[in-house]
Write a protein that binds this ligand. Sequence first.
Ligand SMILES: C[S@@+](CC[C@H](N)C(=O)[O-])C[C@H]1O[C@@H](n2cnc3c(N)ncnc32)[C@H](O)[C@@H]1O
Length: 290
Amino acid sequence: MTDPQDAIDAAADARAEERDPRIAEQTAGEIQDGIPFIGAGPGDPGLLTVTGKELVETADLVVHAGSLVNSELLDAYCDDAEQVNSVGKDLEELVPLMRDAYEDGRDVVRLHSGDPAIYGAAVEQMDALEHEDVPTYIVPGVTSAFAASATLRTQLTLNGVANHVAFTRPQGKTLDSENDHISDFVEKGDVTVCIYLGTHAVAETMDRLVEDGADPDTPVAVVYHASWPDEDVIEGTVDTIGDRLDDAGYRASAMVVIGPAARKAGYERSYLYGDWANGSDTDSASEADD
Ligand SMILES: C[S@@+](CC[C@H](N)C(=O)[O-])C[C@H]1O[C@@H](n2cnc3c(N)ncnc32)[C@H](O)[C@@H]1O
């Protein structure tokens, strides 16, 4: 019989032949050849990763996501680099800009807010650059849902209350109503729902939730500009949050968190601090390590 580890390695090698060899050769977080697509984090310059900071500090050209990236971060880490705001520029403009600078031997970085993998539209830029023989890679960042969770001093998963997390967005110009799943997630009862790109539409979203049968008392917190100096929190329920947010006047740049975890309510002690710690439940111990 083949050693299972040899079989696993052989399968991994076979997969590696069919896919991008960099997946097998390099690890996330490693500085690689090409243009890094860096997650700038939610705003506070301290929430940029160590690798991201190193790359930004040594960059000649920084293409950034405009007002979603805190200018304090740009001032602190790359004041002497050329800075280009990508807002309002299309791929036909951005790709040659980054490609030409890279081919001229300049250090180019692309700075996205939060983590580039969440509503970042990074992959199409990366594909277009790769097509032009410019290698690219991602340096992860702290997504704004995690900053909002820290602001609220809660966890997005909470034992006995929230077993799942949904990162989602409401219907609108980009998303058809049939692909808006917010009501489905809330209906599950144990999902913490984090809504990106939905600050302007909170009242409508809550109305739809009620129409779809959600409990109007379900907790909701809206965290505006999490980790920025003007960070603010509006708390309420599905029933009340729309009016409260209207009063506060925020129309963009906020994270909407729906579910009991937003209020840290009713959670149970985790197995991590349960009986297994005394050696009585080893299966739970290995899960709890995660
Ligand atoms: C285009 S998406 C980019 C998300 C980003 N890639 C991330 O991982 O956070 C922009 C949305 O992210 C959310 N967002 C970004 N920064 C935020 C912050 N500091 N506080 C709260 N929400 C934020 C808002 O919902 C905003 O509409």
